[in-house]
Write a protein that binds this ligand. Structure first.
Ligand code: FAD
Length: 423
């Protein structure tokens, strides 16, 4: 199999890369051994939530915060891209999300404060359709829990949010009669909510609590594929805004985004090769020629590309492997940049963690560099997302933002590689 661009990884960075290369008219394959972290993530895109990190306050305007970060930290992935590329990546994502039927809201210019099932408000710039409305003018907020759903406690949410919201909060339970005989997680409950009688039952239990100016907060369980129609139908039936609160994993909004984005790319001709552990098969000098898929299964085959995007999700995504005393990159064997000891640091502190900062060092074209000499290791490989070195997404709240922007840029760079004629 032979493609213009081969993307390794199907998380947000890989999907963004594929979309960008496809937009340049290239043939694109995505190979992934698993679905990535997006499928269990919140679905909120944090571009830069906290800056400067030591202040621990949320950045009101991510674009301004990113410009400051770029000036102060020229090795940060955002600094390698520059603000124009980041703007283009955000615009492309917002347009894409509309065309795949999950229109995200927000912009690079404002962090919205999103209520969560932990009773906190988290800063996010781009938000799924039903996760945010401006509730500052609500006359009352009703937090509704589902008796059959595990890990969502409306009294706790209401009490925790009380000091963060102007409106008075009250809480209640609804009972869906799922008949499951056990506690359901959010994903199970979201599937159950796709039954027509389930939405009717929810609406009838909530309706008596709706007054002028009421906002309802519920856990994010309003369907999986049919989500948008369910959410609109519930709001119009109740005559008030209903905001879905992100839950513990498996978190349905991340799953909705992953599925909608993948279906969109599949419809547009991207070839998905699922369940394959990709490893380097052949290279010619500094050019990667092919990957071997399915090594050791007796059914191995070769996947060739003119250019490659390495979007393998770092340690969590299994693109980086932490071993005693060292960290290895699992697909191409690229040396990983890290400080020793990498497993130390204060996880709850206000300084970057060495393990979070570990990854592949790259240049402005996102080509991998030797951590020792700085030379380009593969000219036709571009690295994106959590596998990159030089930023701590947990501290600055930039995980999906960096994945989105570097994925987009890596996809464009890989599409540009197609003009090369040396193989
Ligand atoms: C529970 C949770 C909540 C989160 N909440 C937020 C949030 O609120 N805001 C935010 O901004 N971000 C959040 N994130 C982070 C975000 O979803 C992603 O982790 C981030 O976007 C990184 O994406 P990625 O594409 O780099 O990697 P991943 O999503 O991890 O994707 C990596 C891909 O590479 C594949 N892969 C790895 N190695 C190989 C190999 N050898 N061969 C083939 N395929 C391979 C994996 O199977 C996977 O498909 C959350 C993450 C989690 C887990």
């Amino acid at each position: 199999m032979n493609f213009d661009v081969v993307v390794i990884g199907a998380g947000l960075s890989g999907l963004s890369a594929a979309s960008a290369a496809l937009g340049r008219g290239k043939s694109v394959a995505i190979v992934a051994k698993g679905s990535g972290n997006l499928s269990s993530a919140s679905g909120h895109i944090q571009l830069l939530g906290h800056y400067p990190p030591e202040a621990q306050g949320h950045a009101g305007n991510p674009e301004e915060a990113i410009k400051t970060l770029i000036r102060k930290n020229p090795l940060h992935p955002y600094a390698l891209l520059g603000i124009e590329r980041i703007r283009d990546a955000v615009a492309r994502f917002l347009k894409n999300s509309e065309s795949f039927g999950l229109p995200y809201g927000g912009s690079l210019l404002e962090n919205r404060l999103i209520p969560t099932s932990a009773g906190t408000l988290i800063p996010a710039a781009l938000t799924p359709p039903s996760s945010w409305r401006d509730f500052s003018e609500a006359s009352e907020i009703v937090v509704a829990g589902f008796k059959e759903l595990i890990d969502f406690y409306p009294a706790f949410v209401a009490e925790s949010l009380a000091s963060r919201c102007k409106a008075p909060l009250k809480h209640l339970w609804v009972e869906m009669g799922t008949g499951a005989g056990r506690g359901l997680n959010s994903y199970d409950m979201a599937l159950y909510m796709e039954k027509p009688e389930a939405l009717k039952s929810l609406a009838s239990q909530l309706k008596p609590h709706v007054k002028e100016g009421t906002f309802i907060f519920i856990p994010a369980v309003l369907g999986v594929t049919g989500h948008l129609a369910l959410s609109e139908s519930l709001e119009s039936g109740l005559g008030c805004p209903v905001i879905e609160l992100v839950t513990l994993p498996p978190s349905v909004p991340g799953h909705r985004l992953a599925e909608a984005f993948r279906r969109h790319l599949l419809r547009r001709g991207v070839e998905f090769l699922w369940g394959h552990d990709a490893v380097l098969e052949a290279c010619n000098g500094k050019r990667c020629i092919s990957l071997e898929l399915g090594r050791g299964t007796g059914k191995g085959f070769s996947l060739k590309g003119r250019a490659f995007v390495l979007a393998t999700g770092g340690v969590l995504g299994e693109g980086l492997m932490v071993l005693p005393g060292k960290i290895e990159e699992t697909v191409l064997g690229i040396p990983v940049h890290y400080q020793k000891p990498f497993a130390e640091g204060d996880f709850l502190g206000s300084r970057e963690l060495p393990l979070a900062m570990a990854g592949i060092k790259v240049n402005k074209a996102l080509q991998p560099l030797s951590p020792e000499t700085g030379e380009v290791l593969f000219e036709n490989v571009h690295v994106a997302g959590r596998t990159l070195a030089g930023y701590d997404p947990y501290l600055e709240k930039s995980d999906s933002g960096v994945a989105l922007a570097t994925g987009y840029a890596a996809g464009l760079n890989a599409a540009g590689e197609d003009s090369s004629d040396d193989h």
